[in-house]
Write a protein that binds this ligand. Structure first.
Ligand code: NAI
Ligand code: PHE
Length: 352
């Protein structure tokens, strides 16, 4: 695994630390600081191996670089991954506090070249602690003087992206469309609510039975098994769980006209994007579609924007996607390749 990371990751710095007392393995990857300090969330979950954790951190950090460029934000990309010994919900509070303290020490050592924020397994309350310890954290709670959760603006952006991708696929309205939502967490549930508001028929799955119950009761979602989501026949697939779900084989079986969601690194490989493209499925590149959270955090905390300006910038995700779709059509490349091209051109221009 480490060999693969070393050879395939073009980033700047990746540092890891094992905390013997808690059994947590903490990694911070700084992909780029070309446009400004790196930023990206802290993901805390269980991994099969420490190699998997490092690989996830480096790939996610690279996606953050692309996300910042696509959203026009003056930041670089980075990510923190904390590989936990057991799921976060099973950790004693004092064990989690000790892990956060170690993380804050690591952030302090990077001394502002990297700022963290919330991601899977962490939220505003954790950012309050990290900010208090070292200052290098975005996304504190509103009570602590921060802008609060990034999930609502992420969901807003994903909704905008679903609509733009659906238009590209020849579906100007979502009324009556079957939308398959994978993951009903902070973002997925919010996106589902917005889509239901447009008259979409919801089909949803989550490993968490309570989340499914809520979606069924509140939004009338039809609940299906987590193993039945990929390949379920519908109009739009909205991945809002974890990444690396769509490899070439899964891409060959996807049975919707659109794929647009929040999950970071939803595609397990570049070739999966080409498979989707060949099959005429419109894919909204993840780092563009899910940029709302970054726009919220960096807009509010670095650029001094108010909520209206943040919302307007999130709406701009539709224009960025339209540009990407046009390029993909003109050059006969996948939308993912077109999005990466846009990012490369922007970085090259800035470097020239
Ligand atoms: P969350 O942790 O609140 O929700 C994730 C949901 O996915 C949970 O309900 C979980 O039970 C479910 N899940 C996990 N594995 C699953 C599986 N195999 N099948 C179905 N459901 C499964 O996380 P959140 O904040 O909603 O984020 C969702 C995704 O969006 C993540 O990949 C995250 O990195 C990404 N994202 C989140 C942003 C934010 O501002 N919260 C910003 C940009 C991306
Ligand atoms: N983790 C979220 C993302 O992937 C939100 C975030 C954005 C956190 C920017 C920190 C910095 O976009």
């Amino acid at each position: 695994h480490i060999d693969e990371v070393v050879h395939s990751w073009p980033g700047r710095l990746c540092c890891s630390r094992f905390d013997e007392e808690t059994g947590a393995f903490l990694t911070i990857a700084v992909d780029s600081t070309q446009r400004g300090p790196a930023a990206g969330g802290t993901r805390a979950m269980v991994y099969e191996s420490f190699g998997d954790a490092v690989r996830d951190a480096t790939r996610l950090a690279s996606s953050m670089t692309s996300k910042m460029v696509a959203a026009g934000l003056p930041m670089g990309g980075g990510k923190s991954v904390i590989a936990l010994p057991v799921p976060r919900a099973q950790l004693e509070p004092e064990v989690w506090q000790r892990i956060l303290d170690r993380h804050a020490e690591n952030l302090a050592m990077l001394n502002g070249s990297y700022f963290t924020g919330p991601d899977i397994g962490t939220g505003p309350a954790d950012m309050d602690v990290l900010h208090q310890r070292c200052g290098f954290a975005f996304g504190r709670s509103e009570q602590a003087g921060g802008p609060g959760s990034s999930a609502p603006e992420t969901a807003h952006g994903v909704y905008v992206a679903v609509r733009a991708a659906a238009r590209e696929a020849g579906m100007p309205e979502l009324d009556g469309a079957t939308v398959v939502v994978q993951g009903l967490g902070a973002v997925g549930m919010d996106v589902a609510r917005r889509l239901a508001g447009q008259g979409a028929r919801l089909v949803a799955a989550d490993v968490d039975a309570l989340a499914c119950e809520r979606a069924a009761d509140e939004l009338g979602a039809r609940i299906i098994g987590v193993d039945d989501v990929l390949g379920f026949a519908g109009d739009v697939f909205v991945p809002c769980a974890v990444g690396n779900m769509v490899d070439d084989v899964v891409a060959s079986g996807i049975d919707t006209r659109v794929v647009a969601g929040a999950a970071n690194n939803v595609l397990a490989s570049d070739s999966a994007a080409r498979v989707l493209s060949r099959r005429g499925i419109v894919y909204a590149p993840d780092f563009v579609a899910n940029g709302g959270g970054a726009i919220h955090l960096i807009g509010r905390e670095v650029l001094g924007w108010g909520p209206e300006k943040v919302a307007a910038k999130v709406e701009d995700i539709a224009h960025t996607l339209e540009r990407i779709f046009r390029t993909a059509r003109a050059l006969r490349i996948s939308t993912d390749e077109a999005a990466h091209r846009l990012v490369r051109e922007s970085l090259d221009q800035a470097a020239a």
